[in-house]
Design a protein around this ligand. Structure first.
Ligand code: CAA
Length: 240
């Protein structure tokens, strides 16, 4: 039976490319989304991938979603924590709400969904978790103390959980994308983005597919010996 994969934020941007790549690799994919019904419906129509709506920042909604998915399918054996938001501002202009929203959605969600799927993976003695970090969690970024803290947290979370999962054949890895051509990056002011692209040795933004291929690689059954690692995919912008 094909392994069941849950991809959060899986109907748009990097997440959509990951969902499609995992489907093409023979997985049964569930693509989560939070609010954009139109985009999710269009994604489903185009790809045939099942979409599931819930807020990854809410433990209760995650618990209900996992329960429903596992009732309809097999256990979730592949989890890709990709959903993420930005609320960029310099610290002096950043509100507590901007901080909480980014920490809860980008990092809290990792806790929620790993916690809710980990015991099932342990029981099956198989699991593949990929957490999507960021170059900005590795290097920091002006105007992003919230996002950098959340993404940096993901990198630590990954290494800690990898140690807990290893003896159950559960691998936990992170992918750290650089600047990828998505709506999130297109929201950066054009003059700022231009300066960022000028610092990418490869000379271009990444594509969502550049990231998706690494997730297929890390979630393969054969990737059993890769755990606790961070794969940086950033066109050479930050060599870490
Ligand atoms: N380093 C040092 N100084 C900087 C700077 C930098 N990187 N960027 C801006 N500044 C300076 C400006 O030159 C300006 O100085 P002056 O007042 O002396 O002119 C001052 O800081 C204020 O800059 P802004 O006018 O831009 O300030 P703002 O409050 O209007 O906006 C900001 C601040 C929201 C952070 C805006 O600069 C911004 O959006 N920056 C981009 C942040 C970014 O890269 N986000 C990534 C989003 S994509 C993503 O996160 C995906 C991923 O994983 C990679």
């Amino acid at each position: 039976m094909s392994r069941v994969a849950l991809v959060t934020g899986g109907t748009r941007g990097i997440g959509a490319a990951i969902s499609v790549a995992l489907k093409n690799a023979g997985r049964t994919v569930l693509a989560n989304y939070a609010g954009n019904d139109a985009a999710a419906a269009a994604f489903h129509k185009e790809t045939g991938i099942e979409v599931v709506k819930f807020d990854v920042a809410s433990y209760e909604q995650c618990a209900e979603a996992v329960r429903q998915i596992e009732a309809r399918h097999d256990k979730i054996e592949i989890l890709v924590n990709n959903a993420g938001i930005t609320r960029d501002a310099v610290l002096s202009k950043m509100s507590r709400e901007m901080w909480d929203a980014v920490i809860d959605t980008n990092l809290g969600a990792c806790f929620n969904l790993c916690k809710l799927t980990f015991d099932g993976m342990k029981a099956h003695k198989f699991g593949r978790i990929v957490n999507i970090g960021s170059i900005n969690g590795q290097a920091g970024q002006y105007g992003q103390v919230n996002y950098a803290a959340a993404k940096s947290g993901i990198h630590g979370f990954t290494k800690a959980l990898a140690q807990e999962g290893a003896r159950f054949s559960i691998t936990v890895n992170a992918v750290a994308p650089g600047y990828v051509d998505t709506d999130m990056v297109r929201a950066v002011p054009p003059d700022v983005l231009e300066k960022i692209i000028a610092k990418i040795p490869r000379g271009r933004l990444g594509t969502a597919e550049d990231i998706a291929r690494s997730v297929v690689f890390l979630t393969a059954d054969e990737a059993d010996f890769i755990t606790g690692s961070t794969l940086s995919i950033n066109g050479g912008q930050h060599m870490y």
